[in-house]
Design a protein around this ligand. Structure first.
Ligand code: IPE
Ligand code: IPE
Ligand code: MG
Ligand code: MG
Ligand code: MG
Length: 318
């Protein structure tokens, strides 16, 4: 049994990297607000029939979440194309809303009784607790194609839309998020090797984060050198994101997380904490942070928001 003081020392990873950029909090909060406003404007209104379904969709996607995927897409766009014109900006905002919409759908399904069986999400009852399982299932079903409808209408060159849709759909399917979730289910209660665990995390969580970054590059018509650098960055932070999610399940409390703490251990999930313990998992996430930052060095100042997001992902508290 750990002493209290030991436990407290685990709450924050040893911050090897002071990220001295006071502007970043304001940058993040401005972009979170932007994503929220776009989602609110684009989502079907709650009084549109079928009202239950639309209310459930809005419940799941509005008024919560860190908006990391949307922010990554916007930061990648800014890194590739600093003097953004209005059509590109509109497109980036719509695509940022689309990735957050799909993420919210994945959370509805992840929380269902047949999956992780969770009752709390973003500090509120989960969608199936609030609206019933059938409506929650359908809300997820409806949110995924809605995101593609938004992408199909982006005011950019059609070839860029096609590339975005290809990237996004691949990330969500059986070779991406859905596949990772399937591996998560069959791995519960089992011991995975580090390679198996990394692969599961890259698919269930990393794939959507990676696609968010790459879509920011596609929409701004980034060159192949920029895209390659961003892919390496995204692969590293995509995995780091889930490593830290595993850590926070143990080191943070329910209030902080807005979801039930300690749930992974309770459910015998295979996680980085079950594989290597909290401290080594944190160190691994920090190594991935170093890789991510190294990969985007060539962007210079234009990559500052991406660096800020990498730091946020690894040193966050919820
Ligand atoms: C939670 O994602 C689910 C995972 C993929 C680990 P987030 O931690 O980004 O959840 P929100 O969007 O901030 O609620
Ligand atoms: C969720 O992973 C991954 C997806 C939603 C695709 P977790 O099951 O660890 O996410 P939380 O901890 O419930 O947010
Ligand atoms: Mg899960
Ligand atoms: Mg879960
Ligand atoms: Mg988790």
């Amino acid at each position: 049994m750990q002493s209290d003081s030991n436990h407290l020392s685990l709450l924050q990873p040893h911050n090897r990297h002071t990220f001295d950029a006071p502007w970043f909090d304001a940058w993040l909060s401005e972009h979170q607000n932007q994503v929220e406003q776009t989602l609110d404007a684009f989502m079907p209104k709650p009084d549109v029939s079928p009202t239950d379904l639309h209310q459930a969709m809005r419940w799941a996607v509005l008024g919560g979440g860190k908006r990391v995927r949307g922010a990554l897409l916007l930061a990648a766009g800014q890194a590739c194309h600093p003097s953004i014109d209005l059509a590109t900006l509109t497109s980036l905002n719509a695509a940022a809303a689309a990735v957050e919409l799909v993420h919210a759908y994945s959370l509805i399904h992840d929380d269902l009784p047949c999956m992780d069986d969770d009752i709390l999400r973003r500090g509120k009852p989960t969608t199936h607790v609030q609206f019933g399982e059938a409506v929650a299932l359908l809300a997820g079903d409806a949110m995924q194609p809605l995101a593609f409808e938004w992408l199909a209408q982006l005011p950019v060159a059609p070839a860029l839309i096609v590339q975005s849709i290809q990237c996004f759909s691949h990330a969500l399917g059986s070779l991406g998020m859905a596949g990772g979730q399937a591996i998560d289910l069959i791995s519960t209660g089992k011991i995975q090797t580090d390679l198996e665990l990394a692969q599961m995390h890259r698919l269930k969580t990393g794939a959507l984060l990676e696609a968010s970054v790459v879509m920011g590059a596609i929409i701004t018509a980034a060159n192949s050198k920029q895209r390659e650098a961003l892919k390496i960055y995204a692969r590293a932070i995509g995995l780091a994101f889930q490593v830290i999610d595993d850590v926070l399940d143990v080191t943070a409390n329910t209030n902080q997380l807005g979801k039930t703490a300690g749930k992974d251990q309770q459910d015998h999930k295979s996680t980085y904490v079950s594989l290597m313990g909290v401290e080594r998992a944190q160190d691994f996430a920090i190594e991935l942070y170093d890789q991510a930052v190294e990969a985007i060095q060539s962007f210079g100042e234009q990559g500052a928001a991406l660096r800020g997001l990498a730091h946020f992902i690894v040193y966050r508290s919820n």
